[in-house]
Design a protein around this ligand. Structure first.
Ligand SMILES: [Zn+2]
Length: 103
């Protein structure tokens, strides 16, 4: 599974985490939380139960940018952490499908 591992230096990780913290304080992020929808399961939650989730984790080279962070409920966030890269791809594909389905 080594092909999924991207070398990210401690310094880069620290820098992205600082940026995440700033992003979390932004009005843009507060508006996203106010919508109250988990990006992954699509269920509704009060804003305070949603956390900031990186689509591509910082440790895999993901950036703390608006197109890489989504509101996630605690359950999805912690579930995602333990997924293998392949399971994670499936998880992403399912979330994508749900977004494309007209509801
Ligand atoms: Zn969820």
């Amino acid at each position: 599974m080594s092909e999924f591992i991207i070398e990210v230096s401690e310094e880069e990780i620290r820098r992205e985490r600082d940026k995440s913290r700033e992003l979390r304080r932004s009005r843009w992020w507060k508006n996203r939380l106010a919508l109250g929808v988990c990006h992954w399961c699509g269920n509704r939650f009060p804003a305070e139960e949603l956390t900031m989730d990186h689509i591509v984790p910082v440790t895999r080279g993901g950036k703390a940018s608006r197109n890489n962070v989504v509101p996630s409920c605690r359950e999805c966030n912690s579930r995602k952490k333990y997924l293998l890269p392949m399971e994670w791809e499936e998880f992403l594909a399912k979330a994508q499908q749900r977004e494309e389905e007209p509801s």
